[in-house]
Design a protein around this ligand. Sequence first.
Ligand code: PLP
Length: 234
Amino acid sequence: MFSIADNLKSVRQRIQKSTKCAGRESDAVTLLAVSKTRTAYELQLAFDADQTCFGENYLNEALEKQAELSERLTPEQFNRIEWHFIGPIQSNKTRPIAEHFDWVQSVDREKIAQRLNDQRPDTLPPLKICIQININDEESKAGIALNKLDDFARFIDKLPKLELKGLMSIPKASQSEEELSYSFQLMADNFKHIKEQFPNVDTLSMGMSGDIETAIANGSTMVRVGTALFGPRN
Ligand SMILES: *Cc1c(COP(=O)(O)O)cnc(C)c1O
């Protein structure tokens, strides 16, 4: 039985090792703790072990946990947390997302981007955005096709309350190691291309519990890890 603090330690070691193997800077990769279905208490345990970036998929669940954590932590502690929305977005849910998150990584429609921009409170800094790419052209999966990327990036870049930060992808689950590497490389090539056009772009969000190493070897700057930190989900 491992604790969340133990799991964090071993995931951080996996990240360090792969980053070093790839000859990249030791701080090149950020760990996003994917805390969907986890309790506020479990998030607090991770926070106590110095984890400050959390990714949530379900809006209502996330808002409840944010409210509970804001009571469990001091305001100074709570403000150190960076909240990432990484789940599917319904257009009638954009306002609370724009109000309660720092990042949205699952943006794949102009309508959603426009609404997040319009509903981002003026008192908050621009909302950081990753465009979700459907890298293996899966019919049932969210994300845009690569051939739509340039237009969509330009669209987001023009919206003043959004800051384009990069790309996110969830590759197809049943791929060989080779196919998976190829998918990640394709993401990395397109990331480089977008980065050249938009100077604030610095985030390539790819890699999960099972493929942290492959993602980092292929240029990921942010891994999104749930199971390896918190255990299997029900
Ligand atoms: C659930 C989820 C993850 C984490 O997956 P694990 O395999 O549990 O690490 C990462 N990214 C997204 C978008 C998710 O929905």
